[in-house]
Design a protein around this ligand. Structure first.
Ligand code: ADP
Length: 404
């Protein structure tokens, strides 16, 4: 489609959570972010919409936004006020982050009625995430029924895992009846960051074996062999693996029986404990790594222990994925903690010289929004920091599909 401005190239990216919608409008001609926004506390009296057009300033409004339909209409209103309305012929597609694509969705997919039904069938394995994603899709479709809507799945990148990495060692019939297996999450980020890391090394993704550490509030590790995921730390749900902001990560499953039998907790209470009240917040009361480091520097012992537990788990995964890959060419840190916390990067690799892993202290201390190497010259394994950009990746995949 062409307009007076040239080839239409705008994509709206939507990330719908249970009580929030994050959105970005991008122009794929030059990957320009035209506007970003967030609607949060949907359904409460204190809903808030924050909208930032390119070049700012940010605008904010508060007051009840009843549901996702109203949230999206409010966001559309803000975009229209910037001359970026959703009715513009420049908009070619809407890309949706969808958390769980099960085994069926291995690629970004144009959303048809049948695709939407399949995403609904996956609700039992992603009860917290997929319903919100579905609501966002339905609302966006009602606003622009004529536009291609594309689902980009968090699980897709991990569908290449071999069966022996994906399957839990439990009774096969029970597992299959309930679709219990390791799916993995944050896949869009792992894929994007692994590819960017290969680019940073001036090599094709197919040639490079990479350990990706996505350390945000949620955190996951993956082993990527020649551009394909071969193992990842999150499992049936995002609870497994690394110590996270509020999630425990790996734990003996018998802890859950014990809490039921001995502490009298219900399944839902254990769920809340492990997902919301554990990890760093459970260990020391804070889940922001900046605050934890500040407390460690002041000599706070609880914060120091929480930090050490976080780092110990990271090291175990680095060791495990070194063994899974056999040969590691690169290790990359990304997301809020990975991109910003030099102490976490330094501590995670301390003592791993035998694995060819080291950070150069000066390079590690540099603050930058750019992909960069932090390993010493001549290191056997390149250690990198690569800012993740899930929205850009979703927009690119959406645009590529919408153009086919
Ligand atoms: P998510 O997308 O999972 O919510 P992010 O990738 O945005 O998470 O990461 C958020 C986390 O990043 C915060 O909870 C905080 O721990 C950490 N973080 C952000 N900025 C810094 C910083 N400058 N130094 C250390 N940690 C940081």
């Amino acid at each position: 489609m062409t307009t007076s401005g040239g080839t239409a190239s705008r994509v709206l990216v939507l990330n719908s959570g249970s009580s929030s919608v994050k959105y970005q409008l991008l122009d794929m001609d030059g990957d320009v972010r035209l506007a970003t926004g967030l609607v949060e506390r949907i359904g409460e009296s204190s809903s808030r919409l924050a909208h930032t057009p390119r070049g700012g300033p940010a605008r904010e409004r508060t007051g009840r936004i009843a549901d996702h339909d109203q949230a999206l209409k409010a966001a559309a209103g803000e975009l229209a006020a910037d001359g970026l309305g959703l009715d513009s012929p420049e908009l070619v597609a809407i890309g949706h982050r969808v958390v769980h694509g099960g085994l069926r969705f291995t690629e970004p997919t144009v959303i048809t009625g049948e695709v939407l039904e399949e995403i609904e069938r996956l609700v039992p394995v992603a009860p917290l995430h997929n319903p919100a994603n579905i609501t966002g899709i339905r609302t966006a479709r009602s606003l622009r029924p004529d536009l291609p809507q594309v689902a980009v799945f968090d699980t897709a990148f991990h569908t290449t895992m071999p069966e022996y990495a994906a399957r839990y060692a439990i009774d096969v019939e029970t597992a299959d009846a309930h679709r219990i297996r390791r799916y993995g999450f944050h896949g869009t980020s792992h894929a994007y960051v692994a590819r960017r890391t290969a680019g940073l090394l001036g090599r094709a993704p197919e040639e490079v074996n990479t350990i990706v550490l996505h350390l945000g509030n949620g955190a996951s590790a993956s082993a990527v062999a020649g551009g394909r995921c071969v193992d990842t730390s999150m499992g049936l749900t995002p609870l497994e693996g690394l110590v996270m902001g509020t999630r425990s990560g790996d734990i003996d499953p018998a802890v859950t029986f014990h809490l039921g039998r001995v502490a009298g907790m219900s399944v839902d209470e254990v769920d809340v404990l492990l997902n919301k009240k554990s990890g760093l917040v459970g260990l020391c009361g804070d889940n922001d790594m900046r605050e934890i480091r500040r407390r460690v520097d002041e000599g706070d012992e609880r914060a120091a222990l929480a930090f050490d537990i976080y780092i110990h788990r990271l090291k175990k995964y680095i060791g495990a994925y070194s063994a899974v890959l056999g040969r590691v060419d690169a290790l990359v840190f990304t997301a809020g903690v990975g991109e910003n916390s030099a102490p976490v990067r330094e501590a995670a690799l301390a003592g791993l010289e035998g694995f060819g892993l080291a950070v150069d202290p000066e390079r590690n201390a540099v603050r930058s929004g750019e992909p960069r190497l932090i390993s010493p010259d001549g290191a056997r394994v390149a250690v990198a920091v690569v800012p993740t950009d899930e929205e850009l990746e979703i927009a690119r995949q959406t645009f590529a599909l919408a153009h086919n």
